[in-house]
Structures are given as structure tokens and as C-alpha cells.
Design a protein around this ligand. Sequence first.
Ligand code: HEC
Ligand code: HEC
Length: 323
Amino acid sequence: MRTWAAVAILLAAGLSLTGCGPKREPGATLMSWAYPQSKTEPQPPTPPDPIHVPGSALSFTNAQVADDKNPVDWFPDEHPAPPPVVAHQREGGPTPCAECHLYNGRGFISAADLAGLSAPYIIQQVQEFRAGRRASAQHDRHDVEEMAKVADKVSDPELAQAAAYFAALPRTPFVRVVETDTVPVTKAFSFGWLEPVPNGGTEPIKGRIIEVSEDMPTLYLGDAHIGLVDYVPPGAVARGEALVKSGGKGGQPCAACHGPELKGAGDVPPLAGRSATYLARMLWDIKTGARQGPAVTVMQAPARGLGGAEITDVVAYLASRKP
Ligand code: HEC
Ligand code: HEC
């Protein structure tokens, strides 16, 4: 997967992987739990060849799994044939979409899920990245920089094909929300996600949302079946439901634009059953003006009406809904 290639590039450049570089600026102080960031690169486990994952009859080698120009597809029967730009990198072309968004569109941890978003919305967002209007409140967030590079390199016909592919995929549940006082002790990795520290024990949740993969070692192999766990503070889901229904200080119920069950309406994206930290980053990015552009103008008042603790509750509720 992409992280391995990044390790290779850093090693080739003679850079340190020990995470003792200068501290990043806390661009998103208040919601810092939603923007995990560090210089530490993940060290994915390397099982012996040939590699298998549960539920797939296929097998791949470590070299195939590490090839980010041709992301492996463990479940080719579960989706239509992808267009070239989703699956392979042409000379000078973008990193294939499936490398980060997976073939079923659920998205690697920290990348957005794309399954079932409308094709015009997908195209418009990639154009926003290209125009530099869709940045992150955390200015040097590595994964968003990578998405912006994709937006620069993808051609318009390729983008139209990728958008049609992801728009046609069904939205399926992949997020499990757990209300709890205590969470596993986690560690941030450079592409913007958390992983539990092995034998690291637990710590108080302290008003944060802690999002981890259900099975990081298998996700590293490119297994698109692996979902997310969102640990959220006790009571967050019920408080969030009330805010979503009232719209908080913004005063407009979210369902007015995002559809009665928050599953999206026309080109307005769905909110139900998405990653809580992705939703939190988007609300914070829109509230702080990092994500801009004409299409997002109507979303500014709803986002500005929510404080940090309210965003935590709102996204806990949204993530818990059926997609
Ligand atoms: C290197 C990883 C990577 C690759 C490759 C990649 N993306 Fe992304 N993409 C991301 C990340 C990370 C985000 C979330 C960005 C953010 O936080 O604003 C994202 C977000 C998006 C969004 C916004 C979704 C939303 O709900 O608003 C769209 C649309 C998108 N990507 C389309 C694509 C397409 C089409 C391709 C292939 C041509 C692609 N991406 C390839 C990492 C990637
Ligand atoms: C007046 C209509 C309107 C209302 C009300 C509204 N939204 Fe939105 N929202 C939008 C539109 C339109 C977009 C897409 C913006 C774009 O194209 O960049 C959006 C985008 C979003 C996104 C980013 C999704 C993504 O895929 O990146 C989130 C998160 C979000 N809204 C949450 C909410 C929440 C939570 C509420 C209620 C508190 C709410 N919205 C109320 C219109 C609305």
C-alpha cells in the first residue's frame, strides 16, 4: 500500500523514520484528535509469501501488495470492472484511486469513502483540490497533499470515469460506534491515522473520538472488507442526534439538505455511516475556511454554528447511522 512506498521514498532521501524531527504546527488545536499527525511511518508487518486474507480465494506476494502503482484487488467479484485510473498508474499519471479509496470505495483509514457519492459531486471536489480551495485546517497534512497531487495529475476524461465508477458502488456499513470512558492508548502515523500501541493499555477518552481500524495488519494488505471503530464519549450519540435535528446555532436541520435519513440528496453528499473523524475534519475545515469554494458556501452557516464539543457529538451520531 501507499505507506510502504512512502517509507521507501523517505529512506531513499536519507530521512529519519524515528519521529524525532521538528514538531508540526498545531494547525487544528481545538479538534486535534481529529487530525492525528506525526512523522512516524508505519511499519506494516510482512507475512510470508504467498499472502492470503479471509474470504478471498486469491493470493498475492509481498511485492504485489507493496506495488502502489497497481493496488491489489482481493475481491474483484464484488464490484464492476474498474476503469484504468482507479486500478493502475499510467506513465506520469496519478496514484490509482483504489490505492487510498479501495476498490469498494470505503476508503483506507483517514481517506474519504467515495461509494455512492454523486458523480458530479466527486468531479467537483477533485476540481476544488486542483484549484487549491480544498485544503486542511492542518496545513501540512500529508494525506491531503497526496490527494491534491492526484487532482493535479488526473485528466478530465479519467476523472469522469472514476466518478462514474465510485458513484455506482453501493454504500455499505463499515463503521462501528462504541460509547466508552476508556480507549486503547494509540499512536499517530504520518499519513493521518491512529493505531493502538501494542500492550499499551487504556486511557480516559477525555471528550475525544478515537478512530482505529478493526484490523490494521490486514488493512495494510489492501483488504477492503476491514471497517473502522469509532470510540466516542458516553452520551455523544444522543446529544448529537438532538443537534442534527435542530441544526444547533446554525438553526437548519442537517436533513434539510442532506436528505431525510442523512443518506445524501442529489449532489449533496451523504453523512450517515461515514468515518467520524472524516466528518469532524470536514466540519472543522469548513468552519475555519480551510475548505472553500462556491459549492461549500451554503454549508458555512451550519458548520459555524457548531462548537468543537458539538462537532464531536454530531459526528458520533452521524457515524452511528445506517449508510
Ligand atoms: C494517496 C491517497 C489518495 C489517492 C490515490 C486518491 N485519493 Fe481521493 N482522497 C484522499 C484523501 C486523504 C481524501 C480526504 C481529503 C480531506 O481530508 O480533505 C480524499 C478525498 C477525496 C474526495 C472527497 C470526498 C468527499 O466526500 O468530499 C474525492 C471526491 C476523491 N478523493 C476522489 C479521488 C479520485 C477520483 C481519485 C483517483 C483519480 C483519488 N481520490 C485518489 C486520498 C487519496
Ligand atoms: C443549506 C443546506 C445544508 C445544510 C442545512 C447542511 N449542509 Fe452540510 N453540506 C451542504 C452541501 C451543499 C455540502 C457540499 C459542499 C461542497 O460541495 O463542497 C455539504 C457538505 C457537508 C459535509 C462534508 C461532506 C463531505 O463529503 O466531505 C459535512 C460533514 C456536512 N455537510 C455536515 C453537515 C451537518 C452536520 C449539518 C447540520 C448541522 C449540515 N451539513 C447541514 C449543504 C448543507
